[in-house]
Design a binder for this molecule. Structure first.
Ligand code: HEC
Length: 167
């Protein structure tokens, strides 16, 4: 009697195993397909609503910042953020403001004194700390960072301002 060696035995039975595997894969894949679209939709709506909520918060902060600016900064930095000649530096298109986010937060929170250069002009004046909450500082910075042609996509948050200390 002719016997078949083990590997050949397996090959002989392969179609049977393949069918079992195939059937199992079909169960798995239909499950995935059934789940896929609801999951994708859920992902899509949750991410857009998060982005939308962030956009709303940013816009609201800028709006509040405009009011805070008029009350606390406009006397010196002027309505259009142009400052006042060699006495007060500008905020509109200010390279200092745009490039030194932390120093700008510090200027409002703790005051700023001594030599700085803004758009190539030296200033050696002083600005007293402005009496505002961390949230108000974030709002006014979001306003000045996104007005008069300034643009900053990264929103300043209350948490960020709170974490900055005078050192
Ligand atoms: C009493 C006048 C005065 C007020 C009010 C004032 N600042 Fe200033 N600010 C100055 C002066 C003067 C300097 C420059 C200080 C220096 O020479 O070191 C300055 C510098 C700055 C700078 C850094 C330099 C630049 O121009 O980018 C920022 C940012 C700034 N102020 C933002 C504000 C904001 C925001 C407010 C309101 C919350 C405000 N300041 C209120 C007078 C003022």
């Amino acid at each position: 009697m002719k016997t078949t060696a083990a590997p050949f035995n397996w090959i002989k039975h392969k179609p049977k195993y393949a069918n079992v595997l195939n059937a199992q894969w079909q169960v798995v894949s239909t499950n995935i397909l059934n789940m896929r679209y609801p999951l994708l939709l859920l992902l899509y709506f949750s991410s857009t609503s998060i982005l939308f909520a962030q956009g709303e918060k940013f816009a609201a902060s800028i709006q509040k910042g405009a009011v805070i600016y008029k009350k606390n900064c406009v006397v010196c930095h002027s309505k259009k953020g142009t400052g006042k000649g060699k006495r007060i530096p500008p905020l509109a298109q200010s390279d200092f403001l745009i490039d030194n986010r932390i120093a700008s937060i510090k200027a409002i929170k703790f005051g700023l004194e001594g030599k700085i250069m803004v758009n190539g002009i030296d200033y050696d004046k002083s600005m007293k700390a402005v009496d505002l909450s961390n949230k108000e500082i974030a709002d006014v910075l979001n306003y000045v960072l996104n007005t008069w042609g300034n643009q900053s996509d990264k929103m300043v948050t209350e948490k960020e301002v709170k974490a900055i200390h005078n050192d």
